[in-house]
Ligand binder design. Structure first.
Ligand code: ADP
Ligand code: MG
Length: 214
């Protein structure tokens, strides 16, 4: 079990993108809590503000008002791991080297080989990202995020390039991480992931409209 568990609290978070022609109010007075060791699903249609909200939580964008507590400020891979929508592998490292990248700074919690098997990318270990499909690259980024056993794991549309079998593999990996104490926050509009969440936030037009727990 991971020693220090992470709870995230978002209070009255607000963010607008002001441009010359128009203003997009991407996140409107959003408040919620994310509990450790659970999978929180941030669901909602494209354009509803999911990525903006994740970026605010990550500190990659600044809030207009409100506050967000609980996110480590100078994180290592074992504090915080992110799988962005753009995947973000290092092109000059092989698939295995990408997965094992956090090992260079942290003691790995899981073996890279085990995660690569679980996510069906083991046979690609020696290839470079550009020699693999987008779906395979996305699963590589997920394996890389999991290898350190992060306290907080944030994923943006992690099944966007996956078929049903691979989505199942991703869901199983997230369930295992949460059982080990990782706080998981996943933005998605994929029913296959939504149905496995422990806690649901539904985002629509910048607002988190309903919160269901089970
Ligand atoms: P989602 O991830 O749910 O698809 P986003 O958070 O990416 O939604 O976008 C929410 C809204 O904010 C959309 O209307 C989008 O066009 C707008 N938006 C996102 N990023 C920017 C930006 N950098 N500048 C202006 N508008 C943006
Ligand atoms: Mg998005």
């Amino acid at each position: 079990m991971i020693d220090t568990l992470v709870t995230i609290e978002v209070v009255d978070a607000d963010k607008a993108y002001r441009r010359t022609a128009d203003t997009v109010h991407a996140v409107r007075s959003v408040s919620f809590r994310i509990e450790p060791g659970r999978i929180t699903v941030l669901a909602g249609p494209s354009g509803s503000g999911k990525t903006t909200l994740l970026n605010l939580i990550l500190g990659w964008e600044s809030l207009d008002s409100g506050r967000i507590d609980g996110v480590p400020s100078t994180p290592t891979w074992s504090d915080l791991a992110v799988v962005p929508q753009s995947v973000g592998l290092l092109p000059h490292l092989t698939i295995r080297e990408n997965v094992a990248l956090p090992d260079r700074v942290n003691r790995p919690r899981y073996r890279a080989e085990d995660l690569m098997k679980a996510l069906a990318i083991a046979r690609l270990a020696r290839r470079f990202p550009e020699e693999t499909s987008l779906g395979e690259q996305q699963r590589t980024a997920i394996a890389r995020a999991l290898v350190s056993g992060p306290r907080l794991l944030i994923l943006d549309e992690p099944s966007s390039h996956q078929d049903a079998d691979n989505t199942e593999r991703i869901v199983d990996s997230l369930t295992t991480a949460a059982a080990d104490g990782t706080t998981v926050l996943v933005a998605t509009h994929d029913e296959r992931i939504i149905s496995t969440g422990d806690h649901h936030l539904n985002m629509h037009d910048g607002r988190v409209e309903t919160v269901r727990s089970h």
